[in-house]
Write a protein that binds this ligand. Structure first.
Ligand SMILES: C[S@@+](CC[C@H](N)C(=O)[O-])C[C@H]1O[C@@H](n2cnc3c(N)ncnc32)[C@H](O)[C@@H]1O
Length: 306
């Protein structure tokens, strides 16, 4: 991890330009329609809600939307557009809200802004803990592939104008998958840096994180229209330039605790981990066990977001 990693830095630098620079890059309309269908009439929780690119139009459809973000600056931009989204300033890996949601979502590779694998697993667990029985967690990321180009570093031109050059540069640490990068905007008045830092994780690793959180994969799509995810799935110039395929929008549901992997307990005298003690009434684990077991979970059924 970079010494200067601070999760609030992204918003502090990007907030002012975020909407302008991201306009038209993503399939916002498709995402909103698909998420609205997956949520039904239930409440929606978005982690890393940012300026409300998705949360604002979802709330405008009449959905009850809560958004968590660690950046005051990003949330301030959201509030300028709408007062219909309930916002919470906090860390998505640890925030605890006193309610449950039918849909939790983290979009636009925002899980990769987290710096470590531990944080990413914590996010999955936190998402699972905020779901109603049978609730869904949807995650959108780019598909991470092996670094291309010169070793583990990347440099590409994003935009070139008469008085402006925008570069995207970064270095990937192959041992931790931590990407330390930035967009660099060079103008006659000087250069500005917009950090893009965090940990990349391939889709199979994300699937394991979902398993650890007791979630069962329900679906995987290559786009918001329900298209298949294949090695050729790619629809963003930026991702093509990085030789990355566009990742699935994955959807997991809570499932019976008994089929979830057993967590590790403390190490015993042999050095091996002992099984965890069974959860007792009042223990948060037993609550989630009961919640999950009183539902029939449809696994593999394709609801088809659109
Ligand atoms: C790439 S932006 C995505 C914004 C929005 N979801 C979208 O799709 O346009 C990532 C967001 O995650 C937020 N973020 C970064 N680390 C966070 C953390 N630990 N907890 C909550 N939000 C975080 C950033 O402030 C930023 O708003």
């Amino acid at each position: 991890m970079a010494d200067d990693y601070d999760p609030r830095l992204y918003g502090a630098r990007w907030a002012e330009h975020y909407d302008e620079w991201h306009a038209g890059i993503m399939d916002d309309e498709g995402a909103v329609a698909a998420l609205a269908e997956l949520a039904g009439d239930g409440p929606v929780l978005e982690f890393g809600v940012g300026t409300g690119r998705l949360a604002v139009p979802l709330a405008a459809r009449g959905l009850d939307v809560t958004g968590v973000d660690i950046s005051e600056e990003m949330l301030a931009q959201l509030h300028q557009k709408s007062d219909r989204v309930t916002t919470v300033l906090g860390d998505m890996t640890t925030v605890q809200l006193d309610r449950r949601f039918s849909l939790a979502v983290i979009a636009f590779s925002s899980i990769f802004v987290l710096a470590t694998q531990q944080d990413q697993v914590a996010l999955f667990r936190n998402a699972a803990n905020h779901l109603m029985p049978g609730g869904r967690f949807v995650l959108e990321t780019t598909a991470v592939t092996a670094p291309s180009g010169d070793g583990n570093s990347r440099l590409r031109v994003v935009k070139l104008g008469h008085d402006r050059l925008v570069l995207s540069a970064g270095v990937l640490d192959p041992m931790t998958s931590y990407y330390n990068g930035a967009w660099v905007v060079i103008e006659p008045s000087g250069a500005k840096f917009y950090p893009v830092q965090g940990r990349n994780a391939p889709h199979h690793e994300l699937d394991l994180m979902a398993e650890l959180a007791g979630l069962a994969l329900e679906n995987r799509w290559g786009d918001w229209k329900g298209g298949p995810f294949t090695a050729q799935s790619t629809d963003r110039a930026e991702e093509r330039a990085r030789a990355a395929t566009r990742d699935p929008h994955r959807c997991w549901r809570s499932r019976p605790r008994s089929s979830a992997p057993v967590g590790h307990g403390p190490r015993g005298p042999s050095g091996r981990h002992q099984p965890r003690e069974p959860a007792r009434a009042g223990d948060p684990r037993s609550r989630s066990w009961t919640r999950a077991n009183c539902r029939t979970v449809r696994c593999g059924a394709r609801p088809g977001p659109r």
